[in-house]
Design a protein around this ligand. Structure first.
Ligand code: C2E
Ligand code: MG
Ligand code: MG
Ligand code: MG
Length: 277
């Protein structure tokens, strides 16, 4: 009987595995048509200042509205897009769409009053796209975006410490945009190499915020924060979900706060109603 149970389980796992492979293959095929079919949308999540009141940043996060499979999260399809060159086309769509949206906000709300930045996520694989730098520069010029207000986020684990990457990042920084290291503390980049990269912002990973309980793992968040500040990085804390986490981040004087506690990633209308009305 044990043998039979084992066999059933093995069948279950292999069926499951098979389904996963099929889904992946399907997503891979469907991805290539999804831009033209308008199936991608950017959601926007607010970043606020230390007392939680003023909007200081907005991060664009991509979603895929699949006609049959429903909403698919970037954690599922970005890795698939990264395996093909499609990430380059998709990444450009994200940059273009976020710039267009930002320029709309700049026009609607008198540029002088705009005190927030807009951030997009970049896959490290896009740094190999020879046309990326010109594309960013052209978008920023075309949409009249103040470059200092446009941020590119790269995750630490995604970033291979190759010389190529440093050169490309330096060229991006020369356009005047800000570069942020995302999910900081979860990758394995050597801290001593960090200063070789032109990042001006460290986004402290949500795991540090969420494991922080007074007197307990709080010391990890404090240490990461002290490290970032002593090297003069601007700091952003991700994943703030509770009042207590907000309080702790405020005590640590983290420059910008982001998380469900202040607002979930949402469609343009929601962001405008809550933060730009
Ligand atoms: P990320 O850039 O670190 O974005 C933060 C993620 O944490 C988002 O997940 C966001 O919805 C989620 N989040 C925000 N506040 C909270 C909170 O309080 N609690 C918790 N538990 N989660 C929170 P999302 O939107 O599913 O994106 C996942 C990742 O996919 C992003 O992580 C980013 O690495 C990648 N991604 C998203 N959009 C793009 C894109 O346009 N291009 C590329 N290359 N990657 C993207
Ligand atoms: Mg990000
Ligand atoms: Mg992050
Ligand atoms: Mg992440």
């Amino acid at each position: 009987r044990a043998k039979e149970a084992g066999r059933n389980q093995a069948q279950y796992y292999s069926r499951n595995f098979h389904e996963q492979i099929e889904k992946r293959a399907r997503l891979e095929t469907d991805l290539s048509k999804a831009i033209d079919d308008d199936q991608f949308i950017l959601h926007y999540q607010p970043q606020v200042d230390v007392d939680g009141k003023r909007l200081v940043g907005i991060e664009a996060l991509i979603r895929w509205q699949h006609p049959q499979l429903g909403m698919i999260s970037p954690d599922e399809f970005i890795p698939i897009a990264e395996e093909s060159n499609f990430i380059n086309e998709l990444g450009r769509w994200v940059i273009r769409t976020a710039c267009a949206q930002f320029s709309h906000w700049l026009e609607r709300f008198n540029t002088a009053e705009i005190h927030f930045s807009v951030a997009v996520n970049l896959s490290a694989k896009q740094l190999k796209d020879k046309g990326l730098i010109d594309y960013c520069r052209d978008c920023i010029e075309h949409y009249k975006i103040p470059p200092k207000r446009f941020e590119l986020e790269l995750t630490e684990s995604n970033l291979v410490s190759s010389l190529d990457a440093v050169d490309t990042l330096n060229e991006l920084a020369e356009i005047g945009v800000e570069l942020a290291l995302d999910d900081f503390g979860t990758g394995y980049s050597s801290l001593s190499h960090l200063k070789a990269y032109p990042f001006s912002i460290l986004k402290i990973d949500k795991s540090f915020v969420q494991s922080a309980k007074p007197g307990q793992d709080e010391c990890m968040l404090k240490a990461v924060c002290a490290f970032a500040k002593s090297l003069n990085y601007k700091t952003v804390a991700e994943g703030i979900e509770t009042e207590q986490q907000h309080k702790l981040c405020a005590e640590l004087n983290i420059d910008r706060l982001q998380g469900y506690y202040f607002g979930r990633p949402s469609e343009v209308d929601v962001i405008e109603q809550k933060w730009l009305a």
